[in-house]
Design a binder for this molecule. Structure first.
Ligand code: NAI
Ligand code: MG
Length: 357
């Protein structure tokens, strides 16, 4: 098959890590007989420099006519003085909105070889950790009614948490579909003991669950979930939650892994078209120095293969190759420890490709 991918390298280390990920994709194409048609487009600071805006229409058009989008990272000190709505980050929010991406998937994985990097005690993570946090991205309190007012002569402000049935059903489906591709366990996180919107969330998730008899669904209050993520993270497979709870829990989950250069992400919508990117930023301090860890971006390509192209075997080949190079002691500086072999961005990409071949 032929798959069309729009590539947005972005700024800082973006081009360094994206080029390694694309080389990995080439090896996968060759090994499994797929062709990947790549179109490069501008997003973020580079788009500001070339087009005067962080998200040119031509970039939106290119993304919309492709099967998936691969993004590096955007931003940097050069554009820090640009006004808010024209900043590189506005391009990021803009492209997610333009593509209608309402589900954000962030795996938190603790690899055996990198256990020392985790802030958690070794007995808690002795069997490794592999959690997928699914955060609703376009609804809830971040998009609800808000305002300032005066009550009884005192200044006040409010925000509103609201979800409608359609929004909950579609994110729940992403949750169950993801669970079907993994360990078939789904933990829906809410605050149904207090919030009416959470009680409705729980009700609709229960209804959607009827379509997925193979998935074991359970529920947890968000305060308990925050605690359980550090107390016993191994109990989680897929975690499904709202925008604000997911914002907090996904950061917490990724920090227990201790390695920002390792974590990929996917943003999905109603179609197969998804946007894949590392969770880290553009790391201007190490840009262009062959120091950046390309693994988060390479694993983002694996997610693309799994979620947009339905190629789980190919995705697994990349993930296994990453595990094997870590087991063999290869490290970029951000994950280096005593007794390991420290390599640059390009060499890390090369050894991963060798492991795939
Ligand atoms: P950052 O994630 O770029 O960097 C934080 C620290 O982690 C730095 O010391 C950096 O060198 C290191 N780091 C990040 N990725 C790495 C990798 N792959 N390999 C090795 N080390 C890595 O976050 P920071 O410094 O807060 O932001 C820098 C710029 O990136 C800012 O302009 C910010 O707005 C932007 N940013 C962009 C994001 C995106 O495009 N999705 C997300 C977060 C920040
Ligand atoms: Mg956050």
């Amino acid at each position: 098959m032929n798959y069309k991918i729009t590539v947005l390298p972005g700024d800082g280390i973006g081009p360094d890590i994206v080029s390694e990920a694309l080389e990995v994709l080439k090896v996968i194409g060759k090994k499994y007989g797929h062709s990947f048609e790549l179109t490069e487009a501008d997003l973020g600071g580079i788009a500001i420099d070339k087009h005067g805006v962080p998200l040119p229409q031509s970039t939106i058009d290119a993304c919309k006519s492709s099967d998936a989008v691969l993004l590096g990272a955007v931003g940097g000190p050069k554009w820090d003085t640009v006004p808010g709505n024209l900043r590189p980050e506005a391009g990021l929010l803009g492209i997610r909105a333009a593509l209608g991406l309402y589900a954000n998937l962030r795996p938190a994985i603790i690899y055996n070889a990198l256990k020392d990097a985790s802030p958690l005690k070794s007995d808690i993570i002795s069997n490794g950790i592999d959690i997928m946090v699914i955060r609703e991205l376009t609804g809830g309190i971040y998009f609800g009614k808000r305002g300032r007012l005066e009550t009884d002569g005192v200044e006040a402000a409010y925000d509103t948490e609201m979800y409608n049935r359609t929004e909950i059903e579609r994110i729940a489906k992403v949750g169950f579909d993801t669970a079907m591709k993994r360990g078939k366990r789904l933990m829906s996180v809410d605050k149904a003991n207090v919030l009416e919107s959470s009680r409705f969330w729980r009700q609709v998730v229960e209804e959607v669950a009827k379509e997925y008899p193979e998935v074991a669904l359970s529920h947890m209050y968000v305060d308990n979930a925050a605690m359980q993520l550090v107390r016993n993270p191994a109990q989680f497979d897929v975690v499904l939650t709202s925008n604000i709870f997911g914002d907090i829990l996904s950061d917490e989950a990724s920090m227990i892994t201790g390695s920002i250069g390792m974590l990929p992400s996917a943003s999905l919508g109603a179609t197969k078209l998804g946007l894949y990117e590392p969770i880290h930023g553009s790391a201007p301090d190490i840009a262009g120095q062959d120091k950046a860890n390309p693994i988060a971006t390479i694993l983002s390509v694996a997610m693309m293969l799994r979620y947009s192209f339905d190629l789980p075997e190919e995705a697994g080949a990349i993930e296994k190759a990453v595990v094997s190079v870590l087991d063999n002691g290869y490290r970029t500086v951000d994950i280096a420890s005593a007794g390991t072999t420290v390599v640059g961005t390009k060499e890390m990409g090369r050894v991963i490709r060798e492991a795939i071949k």
